[in-house]
Write a protein that binds this ligand. Structure first.
Ligand code: SF4
Length: 324
């Protein structure tokens, strides 16, 4: 059974439970970050305090100018782009390989999607929203990894996708430390059901890469596979793909089940389709049958246990499956 999990390496905004480093001297309690601490190597960073802006400090503002994004501190009239950028460069250089980032929403530094961007220090009207100075560079430097803010992770689907992605990427990162064709083939095989649920056509393309008909060195195959892996995990699983995969999994034990037992599993899958049950309810049921009939194929599948059970949670911001 898949009980061994790697420890993903994740950059996290330091104000999310690590230090009282916000501009107003506050710390933000975040239950999800607290949960992660036992299972993930969290690298807490704060570009604003590390660049010497102090705590507390006058708020800064992200503005678009002819030179690109610039950061002003309206209360002092100072532009602080260069000092903030130097610290961001140092953070990125110190952490060349991470499996993702969990950053503070709306911040002019750490924001990823919803930071207010202004016209300039003299023009206080916001132009729109986007990534903060650090968030923007995290997207570029760590493209393809699990990157989210704490607000979006209150949505259960995005949170589950974030967890699956970071643990899968961490597993692959460890494999790449000493890549062998055997390890790559085993990785692909153990993730078969998970990747089928995510993206069937991309899963097949990844299969061609590990088939390695060109007889490339394992390190080169791993590099090519990593690109396809990022595409497979680009967006959360979609319900039709998950349903197909659940029926595929059921096929591995169905010959041992009586008619009523089989109907029970099928009804459970239907309840998941109708949003009356979470995916975990179905995968646990299939896992129980896999254990009962010692089906080692199913038990080896990451799909049934993609991340530590202690991190599973059903709390949701209420935006449901519509959020992608
Ligand atoms: S949002 Fe980022 S820059 Fe702002 S206090 Fe938190 S960690 Fe520091």
């Amino acid at each position: 059974m898949n009980n061994h999990f790697p420890r993903p390496k994740i950059l996290v905004s330091r104000c999310l439970g690590f230090a009282a480093c916000r501009y107003d001297g506050q710390i933000l309690k975040n239950g999800f970050v607290d949960q992660l601490k036992d299972h993930v190597d969290l690298i807490a960073v704060c570009p604003e305090t590390d660049c010497g802006l102090g705590i507390p400090r006058a708020p800064i503002r992200l503005c678009r100018s002819d030179q690109g994004l610039v950061v002003y501190q309206p209360a002092t009239g100072q532009e602080v782009t260069a000092q903030l950028q130097a610290t961001i460069n140092a953070i990125l250089a110190d952490h060349p390989q991470v499996d993702g980032a969990l950053l503070k929403s709306k911040s002019p530094s750490c924001g990823l999607f919803d930071t207010k961007i202004y016209r300039g220090i003299e023009k206080p009207q916001p132009l729109g929203k986007g990534a903060g100075l650090f968030g923007h560079q995290v997207f570029r430097r760590y493209a393809g990894t699990a990157i989210e803010d704490e607000m979006r992770l209150t949505n259960q689907i995005l949170r589950e996708h974030f967890l699956i992605k970071m643990f899968t990427l961490a597993r692959f990162r460890l494999l790449c430390e000493q890549p062998t064709m055997g390890a790559l083939v085993a990785f692909h095989a153990n993730h078969k059901l998970l990747f089928l649920a995510y993206n069937q056509s991309r899963f097949r393309l990844a299969g061609k890469i590990v088939a390695n008909h060109e007889r490339l060195p394992a390190a080169e195959v791993a590099q090519n596979y990593r690109l396809e892996l990022a595409r497979i995990l680009e967006a959360p699983m979609r319900i039709p793909g998950v349903i197909n995969t659940l029926f595929h999994a059921l096929g591995w034990v169905s010959q041992h089940l009586g008619t009523e037992e089989k109907h029970h599993v099928i009804n459970t899958i239907e309840e998941y389709r109708d949003e009356r049950l979470p995916l975990q309810a179905v995968t646990r049921l299939i896992e129980a049958h896999a254990l009962r009939f010692a089906n080692n194929y199913l038990l080896s599948q990451v799909f049934l246990r993609p991340y530590p059970r202690a991190l599973a949670g059903l709390h949701d911001s209420g935006r449901g499956r519509a959020v992608r």
